[in-house]
Design a protein around this ligand. Structure first.
Ligand SMILES: [Zn+2]
Ligand SMILES: [Zn+2]
Length: 278
């Protein structure tokens, strides 16, 4: 059966903190967010860093208040993955249904975590009082389906935990593996199998090797070299460098990408506006 292609659009590829800066505009300063339209009425969203705000604005124009479902899948709840959520315009539209998937962390459900984030004194509007219909799904290890896209998750190695997500449509898979520190043999092996043959592997490449080795072991992030190793072992088609360090300029990211391309030619840098078809 022929599957039409969907597009996963990157709205934010920066890790840690938003970084508006003229030297960082080719790849962008918004923190982590990606989205894909699945048919006309359904959208998949991966993480809600500051990039979810421009996505919400663009979609409000496209949908014009028509009933729409947003299926949000959180990798985890560090600020660079949730800070845009209160500014997501569809929260304020009564025709929106927002289905939020996230794991329980520190004994608190995804609902409790987000209702704490989005309430005074941090934000003037309470999540429990927005006009949209908001539903919550606690993720353990179950799989999900949004129309004809199959969605699975895998736990990664990161302070407070994080989840890798796989979107599969027909024979095409995209792996969203952000906020992960390589080096745990069991997790690395599971991630290789989880990613096997994927069309795109989006991977946490926060650090260059010397910074990781000398200063950042145990901080929960990975490197271009670890990304290349898993891309090769899992025989993915394309590697997408993601979760850019806030201090790295476009030129520095491109220098890293050239080194990575010498080992794995189909390597690209995640950039705001980049679309990955699947
Ligand atoms: Zn992060
Ligand atoms: Zn994190």
């Amino acid at each position: 059966m022929q599957h039409s292609n969907y597009q996963l659009t990157i709205w934010g590829a920066r890790g840690t903190a938003p970084t508006p800066n003229p030297a960082k505009m080719r790849y962008g300063g918004h923190t982590c967010c990606l989205s894909a339209a699945i048919g006309e009425e359904d959208y998949i969203i991966l993480d809600c860093g500051s990039g979810v705000r421009p996505f919400g604005q663009s979609i409000a124009k496209v949908r014009g208040g028509a009933p729409t479902r947003y299926h949000i899948f959180f990798s985890h709840y560090h600020l660079d993955h949730v800070e845009g959520f209160p500014y997501f315009q569809p929260l304020y539209d009564p025709n929106s249904t927002i289905i939020i998937h996230g794991f329980e962390s520190g004994g608190r459900s995804v609902r409790e975590i987000l209702e704490t984030l989005m309430a005074p004194p941090y934000f003037p509007v309470r999540l429990s009082e927005v006009p949209a219909q908001v539903e919550y799904v606690t993720v353990t290890n179950q799989s999900f389906q949004v129309r004809d896209v199959d969605i699975h998750c895998l736990p990664l190695v990161h302070p407070d935990g994080s989840l890798c997500w796989r979107l599969k449509h027909g024979n095409n898979s995209i792996i969203f593996a952000t906020d992960h520190e390589h080096g745990d043999a069991t997790t690395d092996a599971a991630l290789r199998e989880f990613s096997r043959g994927a069309k795109y592997l989006i991977f946490d490449t926060t650090y260059v090797e010397h910074e990781y080795e000398n200063l950042r072991r145990g901080w929960g992030h990975s490197t271009w070299y670890a990304a290349v190793q898993i891309a090769l072992a899992a025989q993915v088609e394309n590697l997408v460098l993601f979760h850019h360090h806030p201090d790295y300029t476009d030129d520095e990211l491109e220098a890293v990408c050239r080194i990575a391309q010498a080992e794995f030619p189909n390597t690209v840098i995640a950039a705001e506006g980049l679309k990955l078809s699947f």
